[in-house]
Design a protein. Structure first.
Length: 297
């Protein structure tokens, strides 16, 4: 069974077909968040700290950390953010940047075994990111596009993913440490987007036997009631073989769908996690009254 093992200084998370689905919190990302971007640029991590605590409380098992701010010192900001986040939580992190220098700056300060987000099938990207992954002994997200762009044909995207996995092996990186992002397309623009990606996820699981992840909210972009659509999509993606996703854990519909799908798929033994999250507490005094009845019997 393919297991992608990630850890912080004190906590381990395993992504795998026989493991509970891993929700990677998406909110430490300044893209489209002007106030957060300005704060991070100025070294103010007040909102970052608040978002970290909220996402962990909501159920995220990992956090994605992105510091992509135009005209800012991304390597320094990313490294400082990672140090701050690791000082307040022990969940493993996904280090997210398109700038290799920023990835390395983050990996240099990270305590544990991180997930690097990301590498593509582009030759230039493969040649700079894979050596970094090997050097730091981490795992990597493989995005299934290359120099030709993102194909709407899921079988073409499969071949790109296969290429990345094979190239990673050339660097001594195990397929278990390559988590493939099949690229979720917006269903509002491409009617068959759901059918396409479910087909691709299934092939990635059954043929390449790799773990998978995605930006789940991309699926519902541009349509109403996004959380409802995302919840349905992510449940079906889990059934097809997806093992993790970058999500907003503050959306309760999505979190509940993930936990329910874990129950359905047998990855929540005895429904223990579901019960701990959703069981109604006993009414005040009910336990005591029940105890008196038992004593009389």
């Amino acid at each position: 069974m393919t297991h992608t093992v990630l850890n912080s200084h004190s906590k381990e998370v395993i992504i795998g077909f026989d493991k509970p689905f891993v929700m990677i919190g998406e909110r430490i990302n300044p893209t489209g968040r002007k106030i957060l971007a300005e704060e991070m640029k100025n070294g103010d991590f007040t909102s970052v700290e608040r978002d970290v605590r909220a996402q962990i409380a909501a159920g995220a098992q990992m956090l994605d950390i992105n510091a992509g701010i135009p005209l800012a010192d991304e390597p320094k900001i990313l490294a400082d953010t990672i140090k701050l986040v690791q000082s307040i939580t022990d969940v493993p992190l996904s280090i997210d940047s398109s700038i290799v220098a920023a990835l390395e700056a983050g990996l240099e300060v990270y305590q544990g075994r991180a997930l690097v987000n990301s590498v593509t099938g582009e030759e230039e990207r493969l040649e700079v990111v894979l050596p970094l992954v090997k050097k730091y002994g981490c795992a990597v997200v493989a995005i299934s596009n290359d120099e030709t762009g993102i194909s709407e044909d899921p079988d073409v995207r499969f071949e790109v993913a296969k290429k990345i996995v094979e190239r990673a092996q050339d660097y001594g990186i195990s397929p278990a440490d390559v988590v493939v992002d099949p690229l979720v397309m917006p269903v509002g623009a491409i009617n068959d987007a759901g059918k396409q990606v479910l087909h691709l996820i299934s092939r990635l699981r059954n043929e390449l036997k790799v773990n998978t992840t995605c930006g789940a909210s991309n699926f519902s972009f541009g349509i109403p009631n996004r959380n409802g659509v995302n919840a349905s999509f992510i449940s079906m993606a889990m059934g097809a073989g997806m093992t993790s996703a970058i999500v907003n854990p503050l959306h309760s519909e999505v979190v509940q769908a993930v936990r329910a799908a874990d129950v359905v798929m047998g990855n929540d033994p005895d429904c223990a996690n579901w019960l701990s999250c959703y069981r109604e507490p006993a009414a005040e005094g009910a336990r005591e009254r029940g105890g008196r009845r038992r004593r009389r019997g």
